[in-house]
Design a protein around this ligand. Structure first.
Ligand SMILES: [Zn+2]
Length: 574
């Protein structure tokens, strides 16, 4: 029984009613509860007010999420297109209300009792939320949003001539994996020519962003944007120095392994060297593919989750029964994959676009990992405690990808070794790239007056450090250091990237643990998922018996097992 929250009876996703939230009514209700909280004479009365605010937020977020899921499933639908614009418009007003509540919570005379009930984490999060905002920067934030959308629009607008057809950047991507070297080479050239042609505009957008973010940081009293970037990411326990030491470990321990993998790829492809246009092709025989249609993949997943654990069985049956997954590519659907949730019903939702590649299985298990966690922590009394911070979120998803390995035969049959080899080597090769993106951004925001040409030169220097065998042949744009301009995070959410590598290092620890003892690994994983976002990253790791990646020796503890597996595969025969 749940007395604290208003939970709606679960119905199929298709039948969940949508109603546009009435902002005026929400504001009225909200201020009534805020008054109640401020005037409360006891800790119990304040808790009641918190529950009421949570209920207001829960129903608002359910509608917002229903709208956004239906909008992304069919972007041509005019009704949800309009509703989406409505949410974009009222979003800031809603955020403002929750901040007002945060201010009062921090000031509460019953704070010790509240901390005892909810833990310290919610107060740390609230403090950061207030620290990174001031009415003085509202216009700057609007300007920042505009610049970010300018970048997204420019990238989405790409119409590149390729063999007599117009292609978007994502339509060109599969062609860069073509078995015919001439095809993949011209596809890669076409892909990068878009960035070279728009170089001046991309430089201008980024330069404006860097200067604007620096200005915001100074207005808020920071030395430069670096710490503000960390605070925006809710990093309450680690700083830039710790991250630098972590990158050093990646450099020392993982770069040599990744370079060895590059050499193996060249050997498999029978090339002297993997040039920039060869990197996406992993085997001369082509990459692994699921051995059936999308509906068949979902059937296999049902079997897999029923065998994996009673918890995943219950979870996945619920997801299929209530239509909480939309995985096929259909007309009008937005690209990509994601997981979200409907708090009123306490259920998650998974969105993907299957395209008959190995990625279909990866994206499904990845998003199912997020969804499984949200489902396990659905009864958290605070919405803020359902999802953790972003580096912790990716542990659930990336670990699920690896914990489902024993069932990969179901999907890939005789191509299973090929799948596993690509999956694990991709994971390891990603780590140095993640460090590159991170090191670059630290330099950029520590040197905000650098010119665009100096930034590119710096990028090239850092990418050569983490991936010395890179070869851009005669591509002038890439040689000057333009690669990062395709990495949306750098423009959109500064410093959001090292998170993926931190989570990957934790996921690999789960993989090693499961190879030794699946039962223990699953128990630790389940405990982590159930804790949701009730604690910060490093505390969650302790709870899950996972080593802290910032500490020396952590990466060393996983690499031997990875290398052992990779060495056991005769990849040239795949
Ligand atoms: Zn994810």
């Amino acid at each position: 029984m749940d007395k604290t929250t208003t939970v709606k009876a679960l119905v199929n996703f298709k039948d969940m009613p949508y109603e546009r939230p009435d902002l005026e009514k929400i504001e009225k209700d909200f201020h009534a509860v805020l008054g109640k909280f401020k005037e409360a004479q006891s800790f119990e009365e304040q808790i009641e007010a918190i529950d009421e605010v949570q209920n207001i937020a829960r129903s608002y977020m359910t509608m917002e999420s229903l709208c956004s899921v239906r909008h992304t499933i069919d972007t041509r639908d005019e009704f949800y297109d309009k509703e989406q614009s409505y949410f974009d418009e009222i979003g800031p007003a809603f955020t403002k209300m929750t901040s007002e509540f945060g201010v009062e919570m921090l000031k509460s005379k019953f704070r010790p009792e509240l901390e005892k009930e909810f833990g310290k984490h919610i107060f740390d999060l609230t403090e950061l939320k207030l620290k990174i905002f001031s009415p003085e920067i509202i216009e700057d934030l609007q300007e920042e949003n505009k610049l970010v959308s300018k970048y997204s629009k420019l990238i989405a607008s790409a119409q590149i001539d390729f063999q007599g057809e117009k292609k978007t950047l994502s339509q060109l991507t599969p062609l860069t994996q073509d078995k015919d070297r001439e095809v993949r080479k011209s596809a890669a050239k076409a892909y990068w020519s878009f960035f070279a042609e728009n170089e001046a505009e991309l430089d201008k957008i980024y330069d404006d962003l860097v200067k604007l973010r620096t200005k915001i940081a100074k207005k808020l009293g920071y030395k430069n944007f670096v710490q503000l970037g960390y605070d925006r990411m809710n990093r309450t326990e680690y700083n830039a120095e710790m991250v630098a030491n972590y990158r050093k470990q990646l450099y020392e321990q993982v770069v040599p392994i990744a370079q060895k993998l590059k050499a193996r790829q060249a050997k498999r492809l029978k090339l002297d060297k993997v040039y920039y246009y060869d990197t996406a092709l992993k085997y001369l025989t082509g990459n692994a593919v699921p051995q059936g249609e999308p509906e068949w993949i979902i059937e296999q997943a049902k079997k897999m989750y029923s065998e994996l654990s009673p918890e995943t069985d219950e979870f996945f049956s619920m997801m299929t029964k209530y239509g909480l997954m939309d995985l096929l590519s259909t007309p009008g659907k937005r690209a990509g994959g994601y997981c979200t949730g409907f708090p009123d019903y306490k259920v998650p939702f998974i969105f993907a676009n299957f395209n008959k590649t190995q990625h279909d299985v990866e994206v499904m298990t990845h998003e199912a990992g997020h969804a499984f966690q949200v489902y396990q922590s659905r009864n958290a009394r605070l919405l803020e405690y359902v999802w953790p911070t972003l580096e912790a979120c990716e542990i659930h998803s990336m670990s699920m990808e690896l914990l489902t390995w024993p069932w990969m035969e179901l999907f890939f049959k005789d191509q299973t070794s090929k799948f596993k080899f690509t999956h694990l080597s991709g994971t390891l090769e990603f780590l140095p790239y993640g460090a590159t993106v991170d090191e670059f951004q630290h330099w950029v925001y520590e040197n905000p007056e650098a010119t665009p040409a100096e930034r590119k030169a710096k990028w090239h220097e850092i990418e050569m450090k983490y991936n010395p065998s890179i070869d851009y042949e005669d591509n002038d744009y890439l040689k000057r250091g333009g690669f990062w301009m395709k990495q949306g995070h750098i423009f959109q959410v500064p410093f959001y990237y090292i998170d993926y590598t931190l989570a990957q290092v934790c996921a690999l620890q789960f993989w090693v643990k499961a190879n030794n003892d699946r039962k223990v690994a699953w128990e630790d994983y389940l405990r982590l998922c159930r804790a949701g976002g009730s604690r910060p990253f490093l505390e969650l790791l302790k709870l899950a018996n996972i080593k802290n990646p910032f500490e020396d020796g952590c990466i060393e503890s996983i690499t031997p097992e990875c290398e052992k597996f990779l060495d056991s595969i005769e990849d040239e025969k795949l």
